[in-house]
Design a protein around this ligand. Sequence first.
Ligand code: PLP
Length: 397
Amino acid sequence: MSKKRKIHSRSYLMETYGERNLELVKGRGVYVYTKENKKYLDFGSGIAVNSLGHCHPKLVKSITNQSKKIWHTSNLYFNEKQEKYAKKICTKTFADKVFFTNSGAEAIECGIKIIRKYFFSKGLRKKNKIITFNGAFHGRTITAISAQKNLKYSNGFGPLLKGFEQVLFNDIKSLKRKIKKDTAAILIETIQGEGGIRPVELKYLKELRKICNENNILLFIDEIQCGFGRSGKLFAYEWAKIKPDLVAVAKGIGSGFPMGACLATEKVAQYMTLGTHGSTFGGNPLAIAVGETVIDIISKKNFLINVDKTSRYLWKELNKLKNDFKEILEIRGAGLLLGIKFTIPNNQINKIFENNKLLTICASDNIVRLAPPLIIKIKHVDEAVRKIRRSLINYNN
Ligand SMILES: *Cc1c(COP(=O)(O)O)cnc(C)c1O
């Protein structure tokens, strides 16, 4: 047990999250509050989850209304709202079919099952290897830690699953060397999140699509963190003007309600027949009510245009900071998923930001990540930039 714990003398929780001294009890829009009513500007959104901020009035209304009707019906029963919501998602994307989950890792699991079943059903039973990238993060299940091949997450949890191979991110030669007859799919994040806010080059993503087409390989994109509007388009891969075969979504899709989905084309989803997959809670009526409202708001004219505008402004302002402070080495990322690389250890700078009432999140490669709610306005960007500037001036004095 951590000696420094200040809030609780003894915790009954497994100690997987380390020391946590900040307790947030209320959220409104882009701000969160402690019991003492201390106000923080939330540029973390959980971890890129609260896409529409905290307690968005329309979401509160949707979930409240639904909570008075019915909370749960098994997926054994027809659910018209679920159908309608799935159709809405498909109409706006490449997808023909949706499977609802409760989390990101489950959406990844679902996608991997679909890929394996697809080639199995086509009689290509040996075509079952999936290529992933160094720095990838796909979740915490045994499958996800096997896929991402990162000791930080997998050490001590062996034996890991077979069937995954890894290549260098944004490196076409490294990828081409690994492509074999038994390659079934390529699994990639459009913007690596935990790996350090590393965007895939659009040219590279286009090349991946081409390689997949030429070799009968499926392209499975993980947009759990960067998707659902965060890039300024509904999905970040849209910037490359390509179409994937499968996409995993979660985090922002529910703006704080735990939900996720695996999207796929009819071609690959056709073998997911009666009894091949399931989830007790996936596509729960409460989740559907929230999810439908989220997508309706994000799809409104100007919503994504605004995300694009504010993100470009944030990018510009962060680069000004970079010119002013030698502690900033690099600004990277895309849309409202940006990383600042510091010379100072990221956990230290993250804490200084917190002391200045700005919440951010660490990522690998000494990155401090900014993932504000998509509803932020220019004035919130200005406020965040002021807080960063003040933090760095404090640090230097
Ligand atoms: C968070 C995340 C996951 C895992 O999602 P969970 O909901 O925590 O299971 C997978 N992939 C990416 C890119 C993520 O950011």
